[in-house]
Design a protein around this ligand. Sequence first.
Ligand code: 13P
Ligand code: SF4
Length: 377
Amino acid sequence: MSIAVEQPLPDIASYKSLENDELSSRIQRVREVMGPELLILGHHYQQDEVIEHSDLRGDSYQLSQMAAENTNCKHIVFCGVHFMAETADILANRPEVLDSRGYRVSVTLPDMAAGCSMADMAGIEQVENCWADLGELIDTNDITPVTYINSAASLKAFVGKHNGIVCTSSNAPAVLDWAFKRTSRVLFFPDQHLGRNTSLTMGITNEQMPVWDPYQLEMGGHTDATIENSKVILWKGHCSVHQMFKAEHVELFRKQHPEINIMVHPECPQEVNDIADVSGSTGKIIEVIKQAEAGSKWAIGTELHLVNRLKKENPHLEIHFLSPVVCMCATMYRIDLAHLCWSLENLIAGTQVNAIRVDDDVANWSLVALERMLSVK
Ligand code: 13P
Ligand code: SF4
C-alpha cells in the first residue's frame, strides 16, 4: 500500500484552499490504493460531498454494528462525531477480534473539533457525583444507569461498571424495557428529551421524571421526596439542533397543508414529539421516506443536511424542513473534503493524524455496556 505523496505532507490549511473536485479525486485515489484495508463510515448528517465517499452509512446504532461486524479492514476513518469514532474504536478492537486478527484497527476522526455539544453536557465527574448523591437517599443497586450513545466513552464505562447499558435513538424503548426488568428506577443521561419521550410511551409520567441539574448543589435541584418517587431520573442535557424545532412549526405546517405528515427525531422536545405523526432515529426517518406514497407531503424535524438529501433523492415526494430557521449540526459539518483528504493522505503516507484511541480500561468497561445494548432485541 503506497501512493506518491508530497513529503512532508502539507498541513490542513493548504488543503482548505483546494477545490472540491481536486479533493474528491485525491480521496478517490487513496480509496482505490487502500482497497478493503480502508473503511470509511459516514453518519447521515454528513454533507453530501463527504458522505459520497463513505463505504457504509448509517444511524448511530447501525454504525456501531458496522464497526463491530467488519473484521477485515485495517483502518476506519469516521465521518461523524467524536463519540461515534470512540465507539468504533472500542467495538472494532474488542479483545476477541483483536486476538484472532493480530493487529489493531486504527480509527481516525478527520477533524478533532467534531464533537457533540449534547455529549459534553454530562461529564464523568458530574455523573459520579450524581450517583453518590443518589446513593445517600436510595439504593443504587435498584437503579439502572442508561447512557445515550451520544456520550463520552468514560460514561459508557461508568454504566458498564454499574450494571447499566447504552442506548441509541433506535432502540431506546427496548433498552428501557431491559432496564425495568432489572431495577425499578433508571438514571438516563445526557439527553432529557430522548429519555422523556421514550418513557412517556411506557406509561411513565412527567411527575415521575425529575430532571437532574448537575449545577445544583443539593440532589440535582430536587427534594428528597421527588427523587424517592421518581421512576426515571433525566439528565439536564439536550441537542441544540433538535431543541430548535417548536410545536408552532408543526401547527403552521398543518394549517397550510392539512394532509402533511410530520416526522421528527426523538431528541426533539416533548411538545413537538407528542404531536408528530412519526418519531424515530435517522435510520427510521430514511426508511419511512423510502416507503412513502408518491405525492405524499412530509415536514421533517431533524438535521438540515439529511432533510435536504432526502428532498433531492425523492422528487416524487413533497418534503419540507420543519423549522423556518437553519438547524444544522455545526460539529458534524466540521468534517469536510479538506479534512477527509488530509487525513487519508496522511494515513496512506504512514502518519496517522487525529487518531482516536480509547484507554484500555475505559474501553473494556464501555464494551460491557455496548455489548449489552447490541444483544437487546
Ligand atoms: P441517530 O442515532 O438517529 O443517527 O442520531 C444521532 C444523533 O446524533 C442525532 O442527533
Ligand atoms: Fe450531537 Fe445534536 Fe449534533 Fe447529534 S445533532 S451530533 S446530538 S449536537
